[in-house]
Design a protein around this ligand. Structure first.
Ligand code: HEM
Length: 248
């Protein structure tokens, strides 16, 4: 019942956003992320960095004081930070609804995790054949952000209310948890940005234009490639290789 309501909400949003923007999928490409997903992703990223930069000024003012003039000074940065945080959590919440189904953990993800060293060191040319729309690494990061958002909401509310409402101990503990959560998320985002740009070439355009090449799909997400095209990823790769060799 609830999952049906979420699905129809997401489908309606995807339809409406598709009429606002455009996704061109050329020959040899596959649709990866519709307009709705891309708008949500970049809105989440914007609020994340606004919350991060205003947060830095509060966290280590002696080091990051130079950020605060961009936000109208220290006191204004402090006032704006929780609102940026709420924006981040709200839009990421919509993304959670949008991505809930492909982010669920499967047996293939456990297998992917066991082979992570081979994948990261490029020992394997292609991801394991069972790798679907998102791989296990992407799912771990997604669920880490979900956990981080829950920590931000609880500890952020306590810090916003202050010792007057919640007591000094709760505020002190919240400071530590809030900051640890932010640092873990920041570390994850560094890896995410690297992976989405240089780490796996061809990924960035998925969040810009919404489309990826078939070669990208059979290399990094073979099971998803098979699901959308009905073709065998290894065979498709071999055919492409033969074609290229024939042209030389
Ligand atoms: C500003 C730099 C960023 C870049 C270049 C970037 C790029 C991308 C790209 C290309 C994808 C699509 C991956 C795919 O289709 O397989 C993606 C997905 C995603 N992004 Fe970002 N992103 C950035 C910032 C962020 C931020 C700040 C967050 C959240 C705090 C975020 C959360 C996610 C999540 C959860 C996914 C889906 C899973 C994954 O691919 O890891 N991104 N991003």
């Amino acid at each position: 019942m609830a999952s049906g309501a979420i699905e129809s909400f997401d489908n309606k949003a995807r339809r409406e956003f598709e009429s606002l923007g455009r996704t061109r999928v050329y020959r040899g490409e596959l649709l990866r992320h519709p307009v709705y997903t891309r708008v949500l992703h970049w809105t989440v990223a914007l609020f994340f960095f606004l919350a991060l930069f205003t947060g830095f000024g509060i966290y280590l003012p002696w080091l990051f004081r130079w950020f605060t003039p961009f936000f109208g000074g220290g006191p204004l940065s402090r006032q704006m930070h929780p609102w940026f945080g709420l924006g981040f959590v709200f839009f990421f919440g919509l993304q959670v609804l949008n991505w809930l189904a492909p982010m669920l953990w499967t047996a293939a993800d456990t297998k992917w995790m066991r082979n992570v060293h081979k994948i990261v060191s490029n020992e394997e040319k292609m991801d394991p054949p069972e790798t679907g729309f998102f791989n296990a690494g992407q799912k771990v990061q997604f669920w880490e952000i979900v956990g981080g958002c829950i920590v931000f909401i609880i500890t952020g509310a306590i810090l916003w209310g202050g010792a007057k409402y919640f007591g000094g101990t709760a505020v002190a503990v919240s400071y530590v948890l809030h900051d640890i959560s932010a640092l873990i998320m920041l570390g994850g985002i560094f890896i995410h940005i690297y992976q989405s740009t240089f780490g796996e070439p061809g990924t960035f355009q998925a969040m810009i234009r919404g489309a990826v090449s078939e070669a990208w799909a059979w290399t990094f997400h073979p099971a998803w490639y098979k699901q959308v095209t009905g073709r065998d990823p290894v065979q498709a790769c071999e055919e492409a290789r033969r074609k290229m060799e024939g042209r030389r």
